[in-house]
Ligand binder design. Structure first.
Ligand code: PLP
Length: 418
């Protein structure tokens, strides 16, 4: 967004080139104020005083540098945007109130009535709702295709296809799609590829380097990492961020609060170590779950048993991430639900909650929560069965989490209808 006119005491713009992502995550910010604060300043203000009427007019016309009103831009928000853009290797980023509002902004900015979108059928539940029902109301058609079958994506292309939207790995089944292959399908069709990078984060996966045009983030998840605030963003070329999305958010208003931007920006300073440590914990738990007799299957990209293990390892820096899906053994969907609920209710350490990417381990039952609003057919298509549980692995000591899950899994014979 617009650069600010503060006098820098130690300009981060003076950082040398080619810094590692861990350095960027700690160092990229807007210039310090005249006070030289070491921690990034929080600009909790809804408007900005203008030096004179002429400057004010220029800024409102989006011509000069400087800030006017926080719905247009705010230095704390800009600071978060610059840091995230640096991590994704993007020219720029625009922050939004939540991950879903980033997707809404993208759809409003790129699509008009009569346009066509291709989307994986395994996307985040609210994304399926937004494209399948809400955008449909405005005459935008969406075809939902298999997450992993590249031929299906290609076959779905129409003359009016404007956008391919993928998420990898997906929620909750961690299905992996081939970003480079989808980028070439999109570009052959004269369309854009957007990738929801919430699960992998730029620490594990850089969609733009693989050919994607835009990256979607929910800052609510790993970027904050401590489950405190809602946030979202779109990363990409200035041609879209500055020319399409920035003017639109000024009218549409789904802006990120400066306070939330500040919290997420501070959270990003530990993103690298958190993602790697939580992924290492997840791998250990996935290996243990795979050996447990009460578990029917475990889906985790870091396990050789994962259907797209090789692709995941190539695309995700050899790391499986920190989300595991596993299904309990059962004879019927009814029994599976009762047993899955028993495992959830036996937990005393893991939180029963549907967020992910938190340093606290969370357990959830997707069929009755994140995917509860979908029809049974949509749920089946997404592979969300009644026995399926999702674990977002945190930073606790692994044996403690293992014991917490074992309490329920070892006593499944006692699971009763409530
Ligand atoms: C949570 C999530 C979103 C939506 O983000 P919010 O900040 O909750 O609006 C989008 N995509 C994925 C993959 C998510 O996990």
């Amino acid at each position: 967004m617009s650069t600010d006119s503060l006098t820098p005491s130690a300009p981060p713009d003076g950082l040398p080139p080619d810094l590692h992502i861990d350095t960027l995550a700690v160092r990229v910010a807007v210039p310090r104020s005249q006070w030289g604060e070491h921690s990034e300043a929080l600009y909790l203000t809804s408007c900005f005083v203008q030096p004179d009427a002429e400057t004010s007019a220029r800024r409102f016309a989006m011509q000069g540098e400087g800030y006017t009103y926080t719905r247009t831009s705010n230095p704390s928000v800009t600071s978060f945007e610059r840091r995230l853009a640096a991590l994704e290797g993007a020219e720029n980023a625009i922050a939004t109130a939540s991950g879903m509002s980033a997707i809404l902004l993208m759809g409003m900015g790129l699509l008009k009535s009569g346009d066509h979108v291709i989307c994986s059928q395994s996307m985040f539940g609210s994304t399926i709702k937004l494209f399948g029902s809400d955008f449909a109301k405005f005459g935008v058609q969406t075809t939902f295709v298999s997450q992993t079958d590249v031929a299906e994506w290609r076959a779905a292309v129409r003359p009016n296809t404007r956008l391919l939207f993928a998420e990898t790995p997906t929620n909750p089944l961690t299905e992996v799609c081939d970003i480079a292959a989808l980028a070439s399908i999109a570009h052959d069709a004269g369309a854009l590829l957007a990738v929801d990078n919430v699960f992998a984060t730029p620490v594990l996966q850089k969609p733009l380097a693989l050919g994607a045009d835009l990256v979607i983030h929910s800052g609510t998840k790993f970027l904050d990492g401590q489950g405190r605030v809602m946030a979202g963003a779109i990363c990409g070329p200035r041609q879209y961020i500055d020319q399409v999305f920035a003017p639109l958010i000024r009218s549409a208003g789904m802006v990120l609060s400066p306070f939330n931007a500040w919290v997420v920006q501070k959270g990003m300073e530990t993103l690298g170590i958190r993602v790697k440590a939580q992924s290492a914990n997840a791998l250990q738990l996935a290996q243990w779950l795979e050996r447990h007799p009460a578990v029917e299957r475990v889906v985790y990209p870091g396990l050789p048993s994962h259907p797209q293990h090789a692709l995941a390892m190539a695309q995700q820096s050899d790391i499986g991430g920190s989300v595991i899906a596993f299904a309990v053994r059962a004879d019927s969907p009814e029994q599976a639900r009762v047993r899955a609920f028993h495992v959830v209710d036996s937990c005393r350490v893991c939180s029963i909650a549907t967020n992910l990417g938190d340093v606290k381990t969370l357990i959830s039952h997707p069929a009755s929560t994140s995917h509860g609003r979908l029809s049974e057919a949509q749920r089946q298509a997404a592979g969300v069965t009644q026995g399926l549980l999702r674990l977002s692995v945190g930073l606790e000591h692994v044996p403690d989490i293992q014991a917490d899950l074992a309490r329920g899994l070892d006593s499944l014979g006692e699971a009763r209808n409530p």
